[in-house]
Design a protein around this ligand. Structure first.
Ligand code: PHB
Length: 370
């Protein structure tokens, strides 16, 4: 918005420190990388980010590479932590005199069905009200924006999965240069990373898993079993952080009401298997920024009116991909031997048919923007 000469204020209930430290996503699509670069906040990402040109699918104890470079005409992904992106955005914002209000309380949104929406909030014990032209509801799945839209306007589409992910951050050099997605009889496992020295690893677990029952030793033991492959070794290290991630697919339609426009997790959630959550949020705000610029340049509401429709076309394709990756790789508690064989056949097909591998690759590196 700043680059387009449009004033904006960010109202954030967390502290700056929290947003810059909490470990979240880590895989950036090419389009996300290109956007951050164009915006002038890609310097550190360029030097510290790890560019990958493929992933490995491991099943039956054997690895199979999906070569993005070859299958997508040279595209790849970049490993760069979401909280590092936030540091870069916060720094750029502060350097250009932009306003970000951290640690606000009691935020509420009003009058967005008229022409001057309002945001009320409290900070340091005082109450404030902002009047604006538009509100971008970027406040996540548990945020206040979506529930502030009158009843009956939104339709929700949802699917919960009967498992979660137990994730660790470990002080260990990644045991593979590229990500490894593993199908195992005991459940899914994923090897990822944040830097050349820090690994990020996940295990499929129960949706209501009690993290206290998982000692570091037990976690490494289970990772060793699920990721095992001949001639390959998983390097262990000190566990720096651990947590459980729930898995759900969720979409609301439409993503807007009057002058309140939802973006990112406030409008949709994907299970993490396709690494799409952050990238989908970036796609939303890119479409929103274009619509706002068009409005201020020309006075036309056309692009704003079609915001939801344009976003949702991408959202549903990404939902499909994330659901598909999740279904192919996890063990479902109610699955029978037929389902198990079908999953293995799917993995065999994806790793042996160029057409199928291409489908995975073009979705993983990111579908083109409309
Ligand atoms: C991660 O590194 O946190 C990560 C990578 C790939 C995924 C999900 C999470 O699909």
């Amino acid at each position: 918005m700043y680059l387009q000469g449009i004033d904006s204020i960010v109202v954030e209930n967390r502290s700056r420190q929290y947003s810059e430290q909490r470990v979240r996503a880590g895989v950036l699509e090419q389009g996300t990388v290109d956007l951050l670069t164009e915006m002038g906040v890609g310097e550190r990402m360029k030097t510290e980010g790890l560019v990958h040109h493929g992933i490995e699918l491991r099943f039956g104890g054997r690895g199979h590479r999906i070569d993005f470079q070859d299958l997508t005409g040279g595209k790849g992904i970049t490993i760069y932590a979401q909280h590092e992106v936030l540091k870069d955005l916060n720094n750029a914002r502060v350097a250009t005199g932009g306003q970000v209000f951290f640690e606000v309380r009691s935020v509420s949104v009003h009058d967005f069905d008229g022409s001057s929406p309002k945001i009320r909030y409290q900070k340091d014990g005082s109450a404030y009200e902002l009047t604006c032209d538009f509100i971008a509801g970027c406040d996540g799945f548990h945020g206040i924006c979506r529930p502030s839209i009158p009843a009956g306007v939104l339709t929700e589409y949802e699917r919960e999965y009967p498992f979660g992910w137990l994730g660790i951050l470990a002080d260990a050099p990644p045991s593979s240069e590229e990500l490894i997605y593993t199908h195992h009889d005991r459940g899914f496992a994923l090897l990822s990373m944040r830097t050349p020295h820090i690994s990020r690893l996940y295990l499929q677990c129960k949706p209501d898993e009690n993290i206290d029952l998982w000692s570091d030793e037990k976690i490494w033991q289970e990772l060793q079993i699920r990721l095992a492959s001949d001639g390959w070794k998983l390097t262990e290290g000190q566990v720096l952080q651990k947590g459980i991630t729930g898995m759900r697919s969720f979409v609301v339609e439409p993503m807007q009401y009057g002058r309140l426009l939802l973006a990112g997790d406030s409008a949709h959630i994907v299970p993490p298997t396709g690494a799409k959550g952050l990238n989908l949020a970036v796609a939303d705000v890119q479409i929103l920024a274009r619509a706002l610029k068009h409005f201020y340049d020309s006075g036309s509401r056309d692009l704003l009116d079609s915001y939801s429709e344009v976003c949702l076309r991408r959202v549903w394709k990404v939902q499909r991909f994330s659901w598909w990756m999740t279904s192919m790789l996890h063990r479902f508690p109610d699955q029978n031997p037929f389902d198990h064989r079908r999953q293995l056949a799917e993995l065999d097909y994806v790793t042996s048919s160029r057409a199928a591998a291409k489908t995975l690759a073009e979705n993983y590196v990111g579908l083109p923007m409309e």
